[in-house]
Design a protein around this ligand. Structure first.
Ligand code: ATP
Ligand code: MG
Length: 309
């Protein structure tokens, strides 16, 4: 397959949540507004943005926790909503695995690591010798293949637990991993090594990764491509070298300004910065009216600002 055919595409995806009435008034949240993204095979796409921008909603929709209000999710060109055969649905559920922020959340405290991984192997690689496969997968994620299998999840460190979650994705022969803030609950000292593991899964096994993060700096380390979200919309996307190294949308510049690099700071001193930040956020919240291509593949949103605003 040529590497420019996306493994996963989001096509104009929107998600509106109905929020329970507070004091008798029901309301809705537009968690995603017309999000279009392409993830290329064997590459990582970083999805960055502040809290509440819609990043996890994107991840959850990809793995089927929420269904789209409108728009489509395409896996290798096929609309996942149109996968009606059990075989296609199984193939998709196996190919796309999510790794969560909390490394405990997907592990059963009552079962050993061996149990978790053998179960995944038995379901998805029944032809292999389970003990040899278990050993090899643990080595792949840099866990001790002798001492780890008999441990329970609580007997591992957070970083080791997260490695087990990646091992499980390998055991089911996942092709795309949706990793939602996979390092943010880990000790700072081990974050880099888990990022390094993801880098290896990509370069050695050709896995595709959607890497959801607050931290635009780590996007540069792992992801060839980056998309920036704000209030449910993608405001800038393209090659990471461009989006992070040469941000063009006001909101991306704001995010970058939180990283110490004087050349990228918005000007005007503290008060000026606050005023400019407020202006950028207000402008960026308006609906995207057009996408402008700055350089090949590097796109920024333009916003429909009402005349009175
Ligand atoms: N199940 C739900 N019901 C109602 N509103 C929801 C639901 N899930 C998410 N939202 C709302 O959708 C918006 C986007 O939430 P989301 O969790 O995707 O943000 P996020 O970018 O992952 O934030 P964070 O960085 O804090 O994890 C928020 O306004 C959130 O309150
Ligand atoms: Mg989230």
């Amino acid at each position: 397959m040529p590497s420019d055919t996306p493994i996963l595409s989001l096509d104009n995806l929107s998600k509106t949540f109905a929020v329970r009435p507070v004091f008798g008034r029901a309301s809705v949240v537009d968690a995603l507004r017309n999000v279009s993204l392409d993830l290329l095979p064997g590459r990582a796409l970083a999805l960055v943005g502040e809290s509440g921008s819609g990043k996890s909603t994107v991840g959850k929709m990809i793995v089927g926790v929420h269904s789209p209000t409108s728009g489509r999710i395409l896996f290798e060109g096929q609309d996942i909503a149109a996968m009606t055969s059990k075989a296609d649905q199984m193939r998709y559920r196996q190919a796309v695995q999510m790794v969560f922020q909390d490394p405990f959340s997907a592990l059963n405290p009552a079962h050993t690591i061996r149990h978790h991984l053998l179960r995944a192997l038995a379901l998805h690689q029944p032809e292999t010798d389970p003990d040899a496969a278990l050993r090899s997968i643990l080595e792949d994620v840099e866990l001790d293949p002798v001492s780890t299998p008999d441990k329970f999840p609580h007997e591992l460190s957070g970083g080791q637990r997260q490695r087990v979650n990646f091992a499980r994705a390998l055991a089911v022969k996942a092709r795309l991993i949706v990793a939602d803030e996979p390092t943010s609950m880990l000790d700072v000292s081990i974050r880099k090594s888990v990022l390094g593991l993801m880098q290896r899964l990509k370069s050695e096994y050709g896995l595709s990764i959607l890497y959801i993060t607050h931290d635009i700096a780590t996007a540069e380390y792992l992801a060839e491509d980056t998309a920036v979200m704000f209030r449910g919309q993608v405001v800038e996307k393209g090659p990471t070298s461009q989006v992070v190294g040469n941000p063009q949308h006001g909101y991306t510049k704001l995010l970058r300004a939180a990283v110490p690099d004087p050349a990228l700071r918005l000007t005007g001193g503290d008060a000026g910065f606050a005023a400019q930040a407020k202006f950028v956020r207000e402008t960026s919240a308006h609906p995207v009216s057009a996408l402008r291509e700055i350089s090949p593949g590097h796109v920024i949103a333009e916003h429909a600002v009402p005349a009175h605003a």
